[in-house]
Design a protein around this ligand. Structure first.
Ligand code: CP
Ligand code: NVA
Length: 302
């Protein structure tokens, strides 16, 4: 694995290999076993959007693997003044051993990989959030004892999270059911991928239909970073899409709930559902650390 740009680029086997490695690193971490596999290696991190989990888990993760991180934000670097990504890629490749980037356009991440000479990891774009979904799948697998045949349901916007969950879920043998209002469906590239799994994929505008018998119910904010001007219209479009107690009553009796965080209680998820499932939601957040260490080892390891 040279880069992690999007889950569409990975096979199901490669995803499962990352989950297995993440589980191993997690167990060793709990036992206090250190593996300085990336001794002395530097991860450059570029943030053109805000972050809590991605920033801290990558920085702690590379440190635990024996390396260190250098963090760049768009406003504190020449990126914010318009230096082209092609040039940033070629410059950073001469200083660092790998680059993680959080930005808007997926094309920017692809260009970074094309023009640079070091591994590139996508830490979220408008199109996808592969690192988050690796942690999500790791969490579901642990709680449900496997992924194959389990039903994953996503209620909400056809955004970066829905896109990556459709791809990651289907590639690992899950049944995936998504509910989103007309006008907020995933992009063509994702729907074209999902068409290849007619027995395991469903898309509807009815949250009640999508959630039927689900083993894992997932939601995310209605207004993603960069869409703040659309907030009012989105609140209206997503009325009826709150994951609340009434909706959860239609899922499997032992269904788990996931949220990539940050969450807006009272919008996409009720306070009661969030707190009733806080155990798995914060386990999921913790797993960002372990899943990302697995990615770092696979792309930056010798
Ligand atoms: N879920 C996630 O990516 O969180 P941050 O935006 O805090 O990194
Ligand atoms: N869809 C959200 C995910 C945040 C982790 C966003 O892009 O803002």
């Amino acid at each position: 694995m040279k880069h992690l740009l999007k889950l569409l680029d990975l096979t199901g086997e490669e995803i499962v290999d990352l989950l297995d490695l993440a589980d191993r690193l997690k167990a060793e971490n709990k036992q206090g076993v250190a593996h300085p596999i990336l001794q002395g290696k530097c991860l450059g991190m570029i943030f053109e959007k805000s972050s809590t989990r991605t920033r801290v888990s990558f920085e702690v993760g590379i440190h635990q693997l024996g390396g260190y991180a250098v963090v760049l934000s768009s406003d504190g670097s020449q990126i914010g003044r318009g230096e082209p990504v092609q040039d940033t890629a070629r410059v950073l490749s001469r200083y660092v051993d790998g680059i993680m980037i959080r930005t808007f356009a997926q094309e920017e991440v692809e260009a970074l990989a094309q023009y640079g000479s070091v591994p590139v990891i996508n830490g979220l774009t408008d199109f996808c959030h592969p690192c988050q979904v690796l942690a999500d799948l790791q969490t579901i697998r642990a709680y449900k004892g496997g992924l194959e045949g389990r039903k994953l349901c996503f209620i909400g916007d056809g955004n970066n999270m829905m896109n990556s969950l459709i791809v990651g879920g289907l590639k690992t043998g899950m049944r995936v059911s998504v509910a989103c209002p007309a006008g907020y469906r995933p992009p063509r590239e994702i729907l074209e991928f999902a068409v290849g799994y007619p027995e395991r994929f469903e898309i509807t505008d009815s949250p009640r239909q999508a959630v039927q018998g689900a083993d894992a119910v997932y939601t995310d904010v209605w207004t993603s970073m960069g869409q703040e001007d659309e907030r009012k219209a989105r609140e209206a479009a997503f009325a009826g899409y709150c994951v609340d107690e009434e909706l959860m009553a239609l899922a499997a009796p032992d269904a788990m709930v996931l949220h990539c965080l940050p969450a807006h209680r009272g919008e996409e998820i009720s306070e009661g559902v969030f707190e009733a499932h806080a155990g798995e939601i914060f386990e999921e957040a913790e797993n960002r650390l372990h899943a990302q260490k697995a990615v770092l080892v696979r792309v930056m390891g010798a």
